[in-house]
Design a binder for this molecule. Sequence first.
Ligand code: GLA
Length: 763
Amino acid sequence: MKTIRLFFVAAWMALCGTLSSQATHSFTVADGTFQLDGKPFTVRAAELHYPRIPRPYWEHRIRMCKALGMNTICIYVFWNVHEQREGQFDFTGQNDVAHFCRLAQKHGMWVIVRPGPYVCAEWEMGGLPWWLLKKPNIGLRQLDPYFMERVREFEKRVGQQLAPLTIERGGPIIMVQVENEYGSFGTNRPYVSQIRDIIRQEGFEHVTLFQCDWATNFENNALPDLLWTMNFGTGSDVDEQFRRLGELRPTTPKMCSEYWSGWFDKWGAQHETRPADDMVAGIDQMLRQGISFSLYMTHGGTSFGHWAGANSPGYAPDVTSYDYDAPINEHGQPTHKFWLLRETLQRHTAQKLPDVPASPMPVIDIPEFHLTEYAPLEAGIARTVNSSPLRTMEDLDMGWGTIIYRTTLPAIETPSTLTVNQCHDYGRVFVDSVQVGTIDRRLGQSAVTLPPCKQGAQLTIMVEGMGRINFGQAIADRKGITHQVTITTADDADIPLTLWAISLIPDDYECAINALSKTDKTTATLGAAGYYRGYFDLDSVGDTFLCTEHFGKGQVYVNGHPLGRFWSIGPQQTLYLPGCWLQKGRNEVIVLDVNGTDQPTLFGQRFPELNRLILATGNEHRTDPASRPSLPAPASQGVITANSGWQQATLPQAVTGRYLAVELTTDDVHGSALAEIVAYNAKSERLPCENWATRYVSSEDIVGGNHTADKAFDQQESTHWSGAQNNLPQLLVIDMGTRQTVGAVGLLLPNAHTASYRLFIFD
Ligand code: GLA
C-alpha cells in the first residue's frame, strides 16, 4: 500500500514538473500588431497538412519549415479523415493531429489551427464527410439542423484534442480560424456566427479567433468580434489587398492568412507554377511592412488514396500530387524557391537560421517489374442491389469506388442516343460486354450512341467516382448516376430505363485483396478493367516515384497503403511512393485499373513527372475559327482601368440568351486578360455558374502560365484567362448551359491591366 502511495506521489511530482517546465505564454492583439508575451510579433507561418505527409516524415517537414525561417505551422483539421463513418472518430496514428502540434512545439514552432468544418484545400468535399450526403437535400455550410449537429459533434472532438494545446494552457496554438473563406461561397452571418460560437464553446474561448477571406468579399460575412485576415497569392498587389481592411480597421494587425506559393493541378491540364522571384518579393514586402503571413503551401505533399478533391465550376478533379510548386517539394526536398525564400527570411531574422535537416530517406529507382496476377473488376463487387430507380453511391452507403449499373435493353432498330444524367464521374458503357462509349464528366459529356441491338441485350454502365467537389456551391456532389438514364431513338421517342441491378466496388485495399484471392475467377465483362498485382524486391528502402504510364486510370496500393489516383491523360504520370511504406525484401503492389492495360508493368524513378499531358483531343483549347459564333450588337461596352477592382456593367435592358461573350481589347504590355466574369439577373441576383463551359475562345495561353479560358469563370480571383497579345480583340464565348436573362455583368481584370470590353448575350 505504502509503495503504491509513494508511486502516486512521485508520478504527481513528475507531472507537476512537466507542466511547470511548459511555461505559458500569451498571444494577443494590441497597438496594431500581434504581441507574443507583450512584444510585437510577426507571424511567419508555413502551411502543412498532416494527412498529406506520412506520419514518419512529420518531424522532418516541420524542421524544414523552421530551417526556411518560419516561426509557425498552420494546419487545417480535416473532418472527413477523422470521422469516416458517422459517429466513429479517429485521432490516432496518421490522424493524431495533437501529436503533430506537439511535434511543432518541440521544435519551437507556434501553431495556427483551422478546424473548418469546411476547409476547401483541394481535399475531397472540402473536408466534409461524404456520409452527410446520405441525407437528401442536406444544407451544407448552412444552418441545417443535422449539419450543425454533426459540426458540433466534430468540433467537440477537435476541442478535446487541441484545446489543451492552446497558448494560454502552455501549448503552441496561437490562433484558431472560424470557417474558411465563406465569402466565396455565400453570405450568411448567422451561420458563420454559430460556427464561431461552437468553436468558442468547445474549448477555444481564450485563444485569438479569426476569419479569412478575399479583399473583395470579406465584408460580406465579417463578424465584429473576430480578427479579419486576407488571402491572396503570388503576384498580388499587397497594398491593394489590405486597402479596404485598413479603411475599416486602421489599427488591426495585417495578416495574409493564405499567401499562395503556387497552385494546384487538375487532370487534363498543364502543371501550374508561379515564379519564385514574385513569390519572394511579396513576402519581402510584407515583412518590410510588418505584415504577418502564412505561406500556402510551404510543403504541399500528396493527396493520398481518394482524398484529392475537385474544383468547380464545371467538374475539374485535382491530381494526386499536391506539390503546389511550393518551396519544399512533394517529397520534402528544398527547391530553388526554398533557397531564395530562406535567404530573404534570414535577412528579416536576428538569429541565424538552423541548418537544413537531412532527408529521412534517400531517393531510389525500382527496376521495371511485371504485375502478373489479375482479377477482373467484377471480382471486387462487394454487393449488388436491385432497384427500379437509379441509386447513387451515397444512397447505397458507399463513400468511394466504382458502381456498376446493369439493365436489359428493349429492341433498338436504329442507332440511338443513350443519355446518362448525370454521370459522376467517369463512365464506360457496354452492350453485352462490348464497349460502346465513355462518358467523362470533366468534359461535360453525358451521352453515347447505342448501336442497334436485340431485345434483352445487356446494358452495363460502369461509373468510377473521383474526388468530390471542394469549392463553390456544387459541394453536395453525389457519386454514380445521380438522376436518370434515357434512350432517345432516331424518331425522337424517349425511353427511360428502369429495373437496375446495381453493384458496388469500394476502392479499398481489402476489397482488392479479396478480389485477387477468389479462386472462382468471375468472367470479365468490362474489358481489361480489374486488379493487377505484382511484387518487387528491395535491398534498402527509399522514396521513389512509381511511373504509371502503362496503365489507364485508377488507384494504386503498395503494401496496403493507398498511393492515390492515376490517369494516363496526365499531367501527373508518376505517384509518390514514400520510402517509409517500403520494406527490405518483397513489396506488394496492386493497381486497380478501371480502363485496363495490356502492358501491366511499373517501375520507380528518382524524380516526379508532374507535367506530361497525353490527351486524345485538346479539351481546353477551343480556338477553332469554325466554331466562332457570329455576334449580335453588343449588350454593353466600356473601359476598365488598371487596379480598379470589380466593375459592374449594368445593361441598358436585360437580355436573354444561352451564350455570354466578352470581347477584350488592350494595347498595354500585359496583353488581354480577364480574372473573373460573373452575371446577374434583372433583380441583381448572381446567376449560378456551376455549369458554365467555354464554347469558343480566340486564344488562350496554355504554354506560359496555364491561363486557359475557364480561369475567367473559375470563381478564383487569383487566376486569369489570358489571350495572345497579337490577336486582338480577344473573344471568349461562355455557354451558360441554359438560357438566362442577364441584367448586369461583373468583370475583374488582373491588377495592372487596362482594357476596353464589349459584352454580348445571344442564342
Ligand atoms: C483557398 C482555400 C484553400 C485552397 C486555396 C487554393 O484559399 O482557402 O483551402 O483551396 O484556395 O489552393
